[in-house]
Design a protein around this ligand. Structure first.
Ligand code: ZN
Length: 335
């Protein structure tokens, strides 16, 4: 699937040039054909120090490593900000096995989000850690024969905002079958109209409307969970996307076994307390869930209605990576 087209151009070339000098790649990057050596892809889960070109050091957790154009890269998460990035392996120092008991925001989030026993429906992070007026918009792109609902991206940019944060939970099969619409989203990202946090939503996103939830979605018999999760990471990376640390279970349906496996891979299950299509309401701190793939239009109608009645919601969308912020973070950023 080599979908990246020429419009990506100079910007991405620049980011690759920076990469080899240890500047973390946090946005999209240029990748084509067989650049990414999938056979070398492996789970690492190491705490490391990243040294940037100015000599500044940052605590990160390396989630994966792989070869790209012959050079070793690591996919890492910043322990304090949750920002993920790709960095050349040569820029990491002092790597040792990650301990979930570490006193960092990432370790705390990972631990809290993966507590078992967990409910079969809706496990994971549903709202902000602490009280806030911020809200987090997540748009699911499950496989679909219907068109991308572009109206939502126009509505949330309406008027006064630029770089509106949106988390897109994307399945590999949606990317595969929606090339032009995928490019549309990449262009919105490049033009800084929306700031996309890319969330893994599984590769094939199995669903059978005749089955109960205990044997549906990723609980379906014969599901290869590794392929669904790590396989979709490879799709995202091979499209030049830097995945976030979040994973959204299809249908929000999971099991203790899958949650524990996700934790071992360092990924945070992303739930929602405001799945609008299910009748849940937007509250302060909500992770809001709607479908952008045309499969649940009722959720979008309810979102548009909420924006009409409370237009200030538009000013309160926040970057999903802030969902685990605390008062202490705010104090630290004040001069
Ligand atoms: Zn879905």
């Amino acid at each position: 699937m080599t979908f990246i087209t020429s419009f990506l151009g100079a910007l991405l070339l620049t980011s690759m040039a920076q990469a080899s000098d240890c500047t973390p790649i946090t946005n999209r990057f240029l990748v084509t054909g067989n650049d990414l050596d999938k056979a070398t892809y492996k789970v690492t889960m190491d705490s490391c120090t990243h040294i940037d070109p100015k000599g500044n050091s940052t605590d990160v957790v390396s989630l994966r490593s792989f070869k790209m154009r012959g050079e070793l890269f690591n996919w890492v998460v910043n322990s304090k900000t949750l920002q993920t990035a790709l960095v050349p392996q040569k820029c990491l120092q002092g790597c040792h096995t990650f301990q979930a008991a570490n006193d960092t925001k990432y370790a705390d989030l990972l631990t809290e989000a993966t507590i078992v026993p967990s409910p079969t429906a809706g496990a994971g992070i549903q709202k902000a850690k602490e009280q806030t007026t911020e809200k987090f918009l997540t748009v699911d792109l499950c496989p679909s024969s219907k068109k991308l609902q572009t109206e939502i991206f126009e509505k949330i940019q309406s008027g006064y905002m630029t770089n509106v944060p949106v988390a897109l939970a994307v399945s590999g099969y949606w990317i595969k079958n929606h090339h032009d619409e995928f490019v549309y989203l990449l262009q919105l990202q490049d033009q800084k109209k929306i700031k996309i946090t890319w969330v893994n939503h599984s590769l094939t996103h199995p669903y059978d409307k005749t089955k109960g939830i205990e044997e549906n979605f990723l609980l379906s018999p014969a599901v290869d969970f590794t392929r669904e999760v790590l396989g979709n990471e490879l799709v995202m990376l091979s499209q030049g996307l830097v995945p976030s640390v979040f994973f959204r279970f299809p249908g929000l349906i999971s099991s203790d076994k899958l949650i524990s496996q996700l934790k071992a891979w360092g990924l945070v299950p992303l739930g929602s307390n405001a799945w609008l299509g299910k009748g849940q309401k937007i509250k302060n701190g909500s992770v809001v869930l709607v479908h952008g793939n045309g499969n649940e239009l009722s959720g979008l109608v309810l979102l548009y209605k909420a924006l009409e009645i409370q237009p200030q919601i538009n000013a309160n969308w926040s970057d999903l990576n802030r969902v685990w912020n605390s008062v202490t973070d705010t104090m630290n950023t004040k001069p």
